[in-house]
Design a protein around this ligand. Structure first.
Ligand code: GLN
Ligand code: ZN
Length: 762
C-alpha cells in the first residue's frame, strides 16, 4: 500500500517566506537571497516528508505567492496590461512580472492594477484569478515546474511527484475578461499544452504527476463534465508512460462520481474527511484498474486523526480493491494546516495530545500504513488520545450542552415584529431621517498597536495600557460628537482582531504561538482553536462600551462579533457539527448582548462578516447551512427587549440568491458594502422589498481616497430610489481600522454633510 502527500505548507515554520518576500519587495534583499530562502524551505519540506516515510512526495507545490498564479505563468496567461512590465524586467527577473500580476505595479512611470484575488473554494486561502480573453493562447511560458522537478528528483528520486492545477479546474477558477465566449471552450487549446508539459516531465523521469481538479467535486454543467472527459482522454492518449493522479477535495463527488471514476487515469484521490459517505458509491462504480487515494487525514484542521475511523474506511477499500490499489493520504494539500505542533510549548499538554499539525499529519499517514501492516501498538496509543478527548472535562461542559439541547423557537424570535420595534425605536431615539453612524473601528494607528505590543511584553502595566486606550476612546468620541454623527462607536482601540478578542475571553478556545496559515501572498493568519464547549465566564465588552457610553449623551453602539464569523475564522471541533458549535457561541454572544442591554446600552451591533463565505460548495446544501447560520444569529439577537435596536454588518452585499435569508436574520438595521458597485447591489434588496432598516455604505474605506459630499449624496439619492427613504442609514462600507486619521476625518465630515443634503432633497 502506498502513501502520499498532496502538498505541504510553503511559508516556513517561522514564516521565513513571508519575511523574505516582504524584504525583497522593499528592496532590502536581492533575488539571490530570496531564492535561497525558498530553496531552504523546499529542501526542508522534502526532507520532512522523506523522513516521515511518504512514498509520493509533491514538488512544484511551493509558490512565492500563489499556485494558481504560478499556473498562469507556466501557461503564458498574462493579461495584456502587463506587457510594459514584461518588456522592462530583465529576463532573469521574471519574478518581478509575477509579483506585478499579484500585487500591481507602480514603478518606472507605470501604474498597473493587480489581478483579482478570490477565495480558494471554501477555504480562507486566496488565489489570483486567471484572466482569459476570447482569443486566449496558451504556451509553455515559464520553466519553473521542470527545474522544480529536477531539484526534487535529486533529493527524492522516484518519489518526487510534480503537482499542477488540472486544466479544467484552471479554466473554471478563472474569469472571462471580455464578452462573447465561455472560458470552458478554451479547453481544446489548453489541453495540448498540458500534454506537452506532462511529456516533458515524463522524459525528465517523472513516474507520477498529480493534477488537482477540485472542481470535479462542484456542481457542473453538461459542458463542464464533457470538458473533463475530453481533457483526460486526450492526456491519457498522448502522455503514456507516466501515471496521472487526479485529486478532488472539499466535497463529495456526488453526481460526478461516474464521470470521475471513469477518467482514463491511473489514480483518483477523494476527500473522505469532508465526505466519508462517498466511499461506498465510489467503490461500487470504480473500474478494475483505477487506484484510489483515500484522503483520511484532515488537511484543514488541527486534530489528531482517529485511526480506528480511518482504518474502517481503508479496510473497506482494501476489501474491494486489494491493498496495491489503495493509497493513504491527507484529505487535501496540507497548505491549510499550521506547520509544526512541536513548536507549541504553551498549549496545555492534555489538549496538545489531541492535536496534529502538518508535520504530525505526515506521521499519521505513515503510522496508519504501519498499523495496516500489523503494528497494532500504534493503534493503542492513538486510541488512548482519542478516548481522552472524548471524555475530557476540558471539552465537555454539561451545562452548555443542556442549554443547546433545549433551544426553542422563542430563543430565536424577537418579542415583537419589526414594525412594532421600529415604532418603539423612533420614539426612543428620535433620529433624523438618514441617521449617520460608522461600522465600529477607528484607525488602529502605530501608537495604538505599539501600546498593545508593549502591554503584552510587560513593558506597560494594565493600568497604563487602559488609561491610554481610554484616552484614545475619549478623543474619538469627542470628535464624533463634533462632526455630528448620530450614533457613536467607541472605536475598538482595545481590540487586536474581531475574532481573537472574543476567543481570548471565551472558554473552549485556545491560541497557538506559531499556528500560521497562508491567507494570501505573504499574508498569514493564526486562527484560534475551538477545542471545547463554548461558554462565557464573564462580561467581555461591557467595560469598554459602558466607559464610552458614559462620555456622551448620544447613543453608543455596543460592538460584537457574530457566531458564524467566530466559527468561520477559527479551527473548529471535528467531534460535533459546526451548527452545534455555532449555537454554543451564539448563546455566549446572546448573554453578552443582554449584559450590554442591562448596562444601559441601547443599540448593539453584531457583525456577521463571514456568513456568506460559510456557504457550502454545492448549491443543494445551501438551504440547510443558511437555516442554522441565520438561526444562530437570531439566537444572539433575540434575548433583548423590543426597545433595543440590533444592528448587523456584512463587508459585502452580493446577496443575490440568499437575500431572503439575510432578511430572515431580522436585524433592525443592516449595514453593507455598496459604494464600489454604485448601489447596484442594492437592487437585490429592492426587488425583495427588504423590510427592515439598511445602511448601504456610501464611502469605500478600502482606499485612502476621500469621497466628496456630492458623490455620497448622489449615492443616497440612488438608494432612496430603490428603498423607502425612511429605512435608510448613512455610513461607510466597513470599519475604519486600516485607514489613517486625516482621510477618515475628511471623509466622515463629508458623509455627515451628505446626510444633511439628503434630508433636504428627499
Ligand atoms: N466592527 C468591525 C470594525 O469596524 C467590523 C469589521 C468587519 O466587518 N470586518 O472593524
Ligand atoms: Zn465590514
Amino acid at each position: 500500500m502506498l502513501t502520499q502527500n498532496l502538498g505541504y505548507p510553503r511559508i516556513g515554520s517561522q514564516r521565513q517566506l513571508k519575511k523574505a518576500c516582504e524584504q525583497y519587495w522593499a528592496g532590502k534583499i536581492d533575488l539571490t537571497e530570496l531564492n535561497k530562502v525558498a530553496r531552504t524551505i523546499k529542501e526542508q519540506n522534502w526532507q520532512t516528508q522523506l523522513n516521515a516515510g511518504i512514498d509520493l512526495i509533491p514538488c512544484n507545490d511551493f509558490s512565492y505567492y500563489d499556485q494558481v498564479l504560478d499556473t498562469s505563468l507556466l501557461l503564458g496567461v498574462i493579461p495584456g496590461r502587463y506587457s510594459p512590465v514584461l518588456s522592462q524586467v530583465k529576463a532573469n527577473h521574471e519574478i518581478d512580472l509575477y509579483f506585478a500580476m499579484a500585487r500591481g505595479y507602480q514603478k518606472d512611470g507605470l501604474d498597473i492594477t493587480a489581478m483579482e484575488m478570490t477565495k480558494w473554494l471554501d477555504t480562507n486561502y486566496h488565489y489570483i484569478v486567471p484572466e482569459f480573453t476570447a482569443n486566449q493562447e496558451f504556451k509553455i511560458f515559464n520553466e519553473n515546474i521542470f527545474s522544480e522537478y529536477n531539484n526534487a528528483k535529486q533529493q527524492l528520486g522516484d518519489k518526487a511527484k510534480p503537482v499542477l492545477l488540472g486544466p479544467v479546474s484552471y479554466l473554471l477558477l478563472g474569469k472571462e475578461k471580455e464578452q462573447g465566449f465561455e472560458r470552458i471552450d478554451l479547453i481544446k487549446k489548453l489541453v495540448p499544452v498540458y500534454v506537452e508539459i506532462i511529456n516533458r516531465l515524463r522524459l525528465q523521469g517523472a513516474k507520477w504527476i498529480q493534477l488537482d481538479e477540485p472542481c470535479l467535486a462542484l456542481d457542473l454543467s453538461k459542458k463542464e463534465k464533457e470538458a473533463f472527459d475530453y481533457a483526460y482522454r486526450l492526456i491519457s492518449r498522448s502522455a503514456s508512460g507516466v501515471k496521472i493522479l487526479v485529486t478532488t477535495y472539499f466535497e463529495a463527488l456526488l453526481d460526478n462520481t461516474e464521470l470521475a471514476v471513469n477518467l482514463p487515469v491511473a489514480a483518483l484521490h477523494i476527500d473522505l474527511v469532508r465526505a466519508p459517505e462517498q466511499l461506498e458509491e465510489v467503490l461500487s462504480l470504480i473500474p478494475d484498474t483505477l487506484q484510489l487515494s483515500l484522503g483520511v487525514i484532515d488537511g484543514r484542521n488541527v486534530w489528531k486523526n482517529d485511526y480506528e475511523k480511518s482504518l474502517a474506511l481503508i479496510n473497506k477499500a482494501v476489501e474491494k480493491l486489494g491493498s496495491d490499489r489503495v493509497i493513504i493520504a491527507p484529505s487535501c494539500s496540507l497548505l491549510h494546516s499550521p506547520i509544526d505542533l512541536d513548536l507549541e510549548t504553551a498549549i496545555d499538554p492534555e489538549i496538545k495530545n489531541w492535536m496534529a499539525f502538518a508535520k504530525q499529519k505526515l506521521n499519521e499517514v505513515s503510522e496508519i500504513r504501519q498499523i495496516v501492516e500489523g503494528n497494532t501498538a500504534l493503534l493503542e496509543t492513538n486510541k488512548a488520545a482519542i478516548q481522552s478527548r472524548r471524555t475530557s472535562q476540558k471539552v465537555h461542559k454539561q451545562a452548555v450542552k443542556d442549554r443547546i439541547a433545549a433551544i426553542t423557537e422563542a430563543d430565536a424570535t424577537r418579542q415583537s415584529a419589526f414594525p412594532i420595534r421600529q415604532r418603539l425605536h423612533h420614539e426612543r431615539f428620535n433620529f433624523p431621517a438618514f441617521p449617520t453612524t460608522t461600522i465600529g473601528s477607528f484607525p488602529q494607528t502605530d501608537d495604538i498597536r505599539q501600546l498593545r505590543a508593549k502591554f503584552k511584553k510587560g513593558d506597560l502595566s494594565l493600568e497604563e495600557y487602559e488609561q491610554a486606550i481610554e484616552q484614545a476612546t475619549i478623543e474619538a468620541i469627542r470628535w464624533q460628537e463634533e462632526i455630528g454623527l448620530d450614533v457613536l462607536v467607541h472605536g475598538e482601540f482595545e481590540r487586536n482582531d474581531m475574532v481573537e478578542y472574543f476567543g481570548e475571553q471565551l472558554d473552549g478556545f485556545l491560541f497557538t504561538k506559531n499556528g500560521w496559515v497562508q491567507s494570501y501572498g505573504s499574508r498569514c493568519v493564526k486562527p484560534p482553536v475551538i477545542y471545547g464547549d463554548v461558554s462565557r465566564p464573564k462580561d467581555m465588552t461591557v467595560r469598554w462600551s459602558t466607559f464610552a457610553a458614559a462620555q456622551t449623551e448620544k447613543p453608543m453602539k455596543g460592538m460584537l462579533t457574530g457566531p458564524v464569523t467566530i466559527l468561520q475564522w477559527s479551527f473548529v471541533r471535528d467531534d460535533q457539527g459546526r451548527d452545534i458549535t455555532t449555537n454554543q457561541i451564539a448563546f455566549a454572544i446572546r448573554d453578552e448582548v443582554l449584559a450590554l442591554e442591562e448596562a444601559g446600552i441601547s443599540i448593539v451591533q453584531i457583525d456577521e462578516a463571514a456568513i456568506r463565505e460559510g456557504l457550502p460548495l454545492r448549491k443543494a446544501k445551501h438551504p440547510h447551512y443558511l437555516d442554522w447560520a441565520v438561526n444562530a444569529f437570531r439566537i444572539t439577537a433575540s434575548g433583548v427587549k423590543d426597545e433595543t435596536q440590533i444592528h448587523t454588518h456584512m463587508c459585502y452585499s452580493e446577496f443575490n440568491n440568499i437575500i431572503e435569508h439575510i432578511a430572515a436574520m431580522d436585524a433592525d438595521v443592516i449595514t453593507i458594502e455598496t459604494s464600489r458597485s454604485q448601489m447596484e447591489l442594492l437592487e437585490a434588496f429592492a426587488n425583495f422589498e427588504y423590510p427592515n432598516e439598511i445602511g448601504p455604505g456610501v464611502y469605500d474605506i478600502h482606499s485612502p481616497r476621500v469621497p466628496s459630499t456630492e458623490e455620497m449624496t448622489a449615492l443616497l439619492e440612488k438608494a432612496a430610489n430603490l428603498l423607502p427613504a425612511r429605512n435608510l442609514w448613512v455610513n461607510p462600507d466597513c470599519g475604519l481600522k486600516t485607514r489613517k486619521w486625516p482621510e477618515t476625518k475628511a471623509a466622515l465630515i463629508n458623509l455627515v454633510a451628505a446626510a444633511k443634503q439628503a434630508r433636504e432633497l428627499i
